[in-house]
Design a protein around this ligand. Structure first.
Ligand SMILES: NC(=O)c1ccc[n+]([C@@H]2O[C@H](COP(=O)([O-])OP(=O)(O)OC[C@H]3O[C@@H](n4cnc5c(N)ncnc54)[C@H](OP(=O)(O)O)[C@@H]3O)[C@@H](O)[C@H]2O)c1
Length: 185
């Protein structure tokens, strides 16, 4: 399974690094020319291939959205049809929105199967992941299976919390936000 990580800031390279360590081929993208992230990729996620977002997504089976929420409007929804998409984004600063980010992602990325996870753990707490539980939420059982397998392989213990709407349990303001222990289950 090929993985594309959109976002080469704080959290993207950590997820890329974990995926590489688990043996996945990984492409990583920022918002612009991949040459701009070559150096940071070589330091933070050696082995990941810097690509444009469009090229990274086109070749991927699983795409991780690790970009600021306010930048989500800049991604081209047409790229994501048929992909399993992990939404690791948050409303930040926390805001009382009528929908969770992942519900909004699923509405905009028509044809993608969206799973919310990895948003509720700070990037500096993602390594080492061994034994740490992470919640995942989604409406597609098949996509949940794919992402649960991905999370297990990169070292987390996946805990299913329900539908995409239930994924709001994982968002800022919820007691779960910032936790990564078996208390989730
Ligand atoms: N920081 C954490 O501990 C943490 C933990 C879990 C989840 N999250 C969530 O993860 C997301 C990213 O957080 P962060 O702290 O890593 O942010 P960050 O350090 O500001 O990094 C943002 C990255 O997103 C890239 N980007 C922006 N628009 C893009 C686009 N259209 N296509 C591809 N890449 C794009 C930026 O590239 P350019 O520089 O080229 O614009 C940059 O590399 C946020 O939604 C945050 O809530 C953060």
């Amino acid at each position: 399974m090929k993985v594309a990580v959109l976002g080469a800031g704080h959290v993207g390279p950590v997820i890329a690094r974990l995926a590489l360590a688990a043996g996945y081929p990984v492409a990583i993208a920022g918002s612009g020319d991949p040459a701009r992230i070559e150096m940071i990729t070589s330091f933070l996620a050696p082995g990941a291939v810097p690509r444009s977002a469009a090229d990274a997504v086109a070749d991927a089976d699983l795409v991780v959205l690790a970009i600021p929420w306010h930048r989500f409007a800049t991604v081209d929804p047409a790229l994501f049809a048929g992909k399993v998409v992990v939404d690791a984004m948050n409303h930040w600063p926390p805001a009382a929105e009528p929908l969770g980010t992942s519900e909004e992602v699923a509405r905009r990325l028509v044809g993608a199967q969206v799973v919310k996870t990895l948003n509720h753990i700070a990037y500096q707490d993602m390594e080492p992941p061994s034994g740490r539980a992470v919640g995942l939420a989604g409406d597609s059982p098949a996509a949940l299976d794919v992402v649960a397998e991905f999370l297990s392989r990169i070292g987390f213990e996946p805990v299913r919390v329900g539908s995409l709407a239930d994924g709001r349990l994982l968002e800022p303001g919820s007691p779960v936000f910032g936790t990564f222990t078996k208390e989730l289950s």
